[in-house]
Design a protein around this ligand. Structure first.
Ligand code: NAD
Length: 321
């Protein structure tokens, strides 16, 4: 069994690796070759923690395993990240453990890769202005991955806590792009692609904010009750997701579905666009929305790449259980 540390993952896994792995697993999910098992997530009644498992099997790539971890709100005071996760991979032929891989960096990379895949396949080719809603830990990963997908000329951003916007400005500067903090009205009026990555429980962007032809990558809503986009805006968009059952239960589509504004049948797995089974954007004025809820198979895909690469480069620790 291999052990691959967080530091090794940071040194090994590039944005291109993450993109290719997520694109591949989305395609396998859409063709029925890969599936996620039911998610377990429990408040454990200790340290205010939420703990759970996300697991699945990707037959196309021979990847079986789980990501275990969750959210420990007191961690920051201890100098640790609040979100903690570890991935375990098993040999699908024998059930023997193959690898234990640090999952924190990989989670940020796979989440950013998911919205990047959506931008590659759904945003207008002439998109030039990237709008960011959210300026937390994930936002920098999101911006870097998105920037590689179109010839963006500018980043504009809004955050409920404006003091955090310097993080977006610094990341844009690193990418050689000008940054401007704007109102939500300007963000919606000017952005060709909008990424939402907040932990909001009330709609931030409404139908009136956005321009025709925008692509929205809604990445923050991954739990029942969270919401970044008004249900009317979701209903007005052509909808794509990683996994339809998650979109209507814990994703951005949950509110529009509950209100009876959309039906599951209107939501297309992004992998179907990757596979060529769905054409994706059908007109320059269409609003496309990717509801990125986050699935275990994304984590397993990146962990599998990290494990093989670490083994090949002699960077994995080998154990015999
Ligand atoms: P973070 O704590 O570093 O940042 C939180 C962000 O949300 C900041 O922009 C903050 O200003 C904003 N925010 C905080 N409280 C808010 C509120 N009550 N209303 C509106 N906005 C609020 O978090 P992060 O690690 O950057 O994660 C952002 C979100 O992305 C979280 O909701 C997290 O659960 C989600 N996430 C989703 C996936 C996925 O696969 N879809 C993966 C990882 C994280």
């Amino acid at each position: 069994m291999l052990v691959v540390t967080e530091e090794t993952c940071r040194n090994l896994i590039t944005r291109e690796d993450a993109f290719t792995a997520v694109e591949g697993v989305f395609a396998a999910m859409a063709s029925g070759e890969a599936y996620n098992f039911p998610v377990i997530r429990e408040a454990i009644g200790h340290a205010d923690a939420l703990y759970g498992f996300k697991s699945g099997f990707d037959r196309a790539h021979g990847v079986l395993g789980l990501k275990s971890g969750g959210y420990w709100p007191g961690n920051e005071k201890r100098g640790l990240t609040n979100h903690q996760s570890t991935v375990f991979l098993f040999d699908p032929d024998t059930g023997r453990p193959q690898a234990m891989v640090g999952g924190n960096y990989l989670t940020a990379m796979r989440t950013a890769a998911a919205s990047a895949v959506s931008i590659r396949y759904l945003a207008r080719p002439d998109a030039r202005v990237l709008g960011m809603v959210g300026a937390g830990f994930q936002s920098t990963f999101q911006m870097r991955a998105a920037a590689a997908q179109r010839e963006f000329e500018k980043v504009i951003g809004w955050n409920p806590h404006p003091e955090m916007l310097s993080r977006l400005e610094e990341t844009a500067a690193e990418l050689g792009l000008p940054f401007e903090a704007v109102t939500l009205e300007r963000l919606g009026a000017e952005a060709d692609v909008v990424i939402t990555i907040t932990s909001s429980f009330a709609p931030i962007l409404t139908r009136d904010h956005v321009r025709p032809g925008v692509h929205l990558a809604c990445m923050g809503t991954d739990t029942k009750g969270k919401q970044e986009v008004a249900a009317e805006l979701v209903a007005a968009a052509t909808l794509f997701t990683d996994e339809v059952t998650q979109a209507v239960s814990i994703g951005e589509c949950q509110h529009a579905a509950e209100a009876g504004l959309i039906e599951e049948a209107r939501i297309t797995p992004l992998g179907a666009v990757v596979n060529g089974a769905h054409p994706g954007r059908s007109s320059p004025d269409e609003i496309t929305l990717f509801d990125g809820t986050g699935v275990g198979l994304q984590d397993l895909a990146l962990a599998s790449v990290a494990a093989s690469s670490a083994r090949d480069k002699g960077l994995a620790i080998e154990l015999h259980l």
